[in-house]
Design a protein around this ligand. Sequence first.
Ligand SMILES: C[C@@]1(CC(=O)O)c2cc3[nH]c(cc4nc(cc5[nH]c(cc(n2)[C@H]1CCC(=O)O)[C@@](C)(CC(=O)O)[C@@H]5CCC(=O)O)C(CC(=O)O)=C4CCC(=O)O)c(CCC(=O)O)c3CC(=O)O
Ligand SMILES: NC(=O)C1=CN([C@@H]2O[C@H](COP(=O)(O)OP(=O)(O)OC[C@H]3O[C@@H](n4cnc5c(N)ncnc54)[C@H](O)[C@@H]3O)[C@@H](O)[C@H]2O)C=CC1
Length: 209
Amino acid sequence: MENLYPVFINLKYKKVCIIGGGRIAARKLEGLLQSEAVITIISPTLMESIFPYVNSGLVHWIQKSFELSDIEDAFYIISATNDPHVSSELRKGVSPSQLINFADDYSSSNVIVPSVVRRGRLAIAVTTSGASPSLSKKIKKDLEAIYSKDYEDYVEFLMEKRSYIQESVNDTDKRRKLLSLLVEDPIFRTEEREKRFQKIYKKINNNCE
Ligand SMILES: C[C@@]1(CC(=O)O)c2cc3[nH]c(cc4nc(cc5[nH]c(cc(n2)[C@H]1CCC(=O)O)[C@@](C)(CC(=O)O)[C@@H]5CCC(=O)O)C(CC(=O)O)=C4CCC(=O)O)c(CCC(=O)O)c3CC(=O)O
Ligand SMILES: NC(=O)C1=CN([C@@H]2O[C@H](COP(=O)(O)OP(=O)(O)OC[C@H]3O[C@@H](n4cnc5c(N)ncnc54)[C@H](O)[C@@H]3O)[C@@H](O)[C@H]2O)C=CC1
């Protein structure tokens, strides 16, 4: 499974089942909380840090040992227990059309959880295809330094200008040119980037008319 196909999945309203309630389950849960998925944890025990999410109703906890019937209608399953029996049951019982991540078994998984840098709408995901989670984490840290928090706002600006350009510039070449010029040298100060936008916008429209 080295040629992994990268996608970002919209999990809103999808049923996600996490088996196990320990340290790793808690980490995988962190990555899911913003997704608006319908999350159920199946586990006899739960780590302290997960309780607030259960108490607030964000996560449903079924306090029991895993059985195959628990995952019948799940869209995405995360197996994160310390019980090898759970993994072997899952390998036998999961449907080929279900998404499944084994925290302890890369080769049986059809989903691998990456390291992620998030800056609002900008998301950068890193995987080493199971080779070295530590390297993924290090590369994420490197990227965090390059793509500062300022990008969150900057990406919102780009989205707004892109939609304006799509509405106001009919010529495809001009539109492409404008959109690519806009990202050449990121500017984070609101006033400066607005001026720069106006300048590029005028230049492109005048030159090509
Ligand atoms: C295959 C994969 C399956 C999956 O879980 O999706 C997997 C598997 C395993 N990880 C193990 C160990 C560690 N994992 C981490 C950290 C992360 N692991 C994550 C993903 C993945 N881990 C997938 C591949 C990702 C890729 O392709 O790069 C991250 C990216 C995402 C996340 O988990 O949220 C997250 C970083 C989050 C961040 O950016 O902060 C650390 C470091 C730490 O904890 O600080 C260690 C210890 C150091 C080391 O081993 O490198 C072990 C051995 C367990 C044991 O020894 O018992 C296995 C099992 C095995 O290898 O078979
Ligand atoms: N993918 C990754 O990044 C990493 C994966 N791992 C692996 O992840 C797995 C979990 O590790 P931790 O969370 O640290 O373990 P942990 O011991 O903290 O938690 C295990 C959890 O599984 C639950 N559990 C045990 N038997 C169960 C059953 N039959 N049904 C349902 N739940 C059950 C326990 O009650 C507990 O909540 C281990 O196999 C470990 O090797 C470990 C480190 C990193």
